[in-house]
Design a protein around this ligand. Sequence first.
Ligand SMILES: Cc1ncc(COP(=O)(O)O)c(C=O)c1O
Length: 424
Amino acid sequence: MTGTPVRTHSEAFRQRALISVPGGVNSNVRLSAPPVFFARGAGARLWDVDDNEYIDYVLGQGPHFLGHANAAVNEAVSDACTRGMLFGGQNALEVQACELTLAALGWADMIRLGMTGTECVQAALRAARAATGRSTFVHFEGHYHGWLDNVLVHTSGQQSGVASAGQLSSHLADSHMLPWNDAEALAALLSVSGDTIAAVIMEPMMVNAGGIEPLPGYLQRVRELCDQHGVVLIFDEVITGFRIALGGAAEKYGVTPDLATYGKAMAGGWPVAGLAGRRDLMEPFGTGVVNHSGTFNGSVMAAAAVVATQQLLQSDPPYERVDAYGTELMAQLAKLAERYEIPLRVQGVAAAFHVSFGDPAPVRDLRSLDRLDLDRYAGFATRLADHGLWLAQRGIWYVSAAHGEQELTDTVERVEAALAEQLP
Ligand SMILES: Cc1ncc(COP(=O)(O)O)c(C=O)c1O
């Protein structure tokens, strides 16, 4: 793409959408993105309705770990659907989907399928409360666990409290908010209030704000503290699951939670989520003691998508390829920053890293993230869209198994073109 791309058709769709759809978008997360309407995606690339082409690092906010329109997954889903989609009863594929997912995770005994990460988080908290008879839980600054009242908080900045008008602040009263990557803060809270706390929930790598990995030993210490105080440890692996390793963060960092939520990369882009965990915590769903419901849970399309995705991930694991691509891209971005003498900083893991402007020293939590110039990066990401790179304004770059050599070369060229443009 050279010069500012023509987006006449996108603009026409936007004007139409603004009349019938609040903000022209169906998820508030997309309000900050450039107003581009897409026509199609294939592999690591997208084309908008004006036929401008983009290399995609948003990947639908993470789900397209196999790339867009993966043929094997799509064929499996469309084939299964020809025989019906929802039976108001069980289908055979559901069992296979659950078995394959548990095999990938290794540590969990049982799993329930859902539609979104948001609802699986709620099921996890409910299961933890049911098991412990306690009511409160601990969550962490900068971590995102969905958009519902009891978990929605700001994932950037120093703001605290409700993150939306209409959100009941009383629902946040059931939780304790702590800085992440600080085991002593958790130890101090648990030593005072441990016997009232049902669960600790966290993104085991803080991808939503900053692409921040746990400090060495942090997750292990959290595990010990939870055991010591009888608190259920929930890993929210909606982003990290099947992405940073087949078994997610639990596998990568070698720490086993009691419950974990999954979504995004689990089903090749199809809307499927899951709650997995220890048998004693999961069985109460099966006796009916703890309610978890959903009309579309475990549908034929969901189950077929999970089976096909898990078969691909397990028979031909793309993790080394993704790792090599992401590692090289991170290095190339750092090199460009050096050459153009701009304070671009890159942090995270190859499959999910964070780019921003500011001090190159690593950040370890939301508070240290605040010293970065996130607004400048958001503007840069918007300009990169004009150069054919589709990026999240909040700085996260997701890499897929479909990104290859050509995408790497094209990406570096496009970033360089945008950087050169900024020079006086
Ligand atoms: C870590 C984490 N948990 C939960 C959710 C909510 O998932 P969903 O958008 O599928 O409801 C997200 C979404 O981005 C997430 O990143």
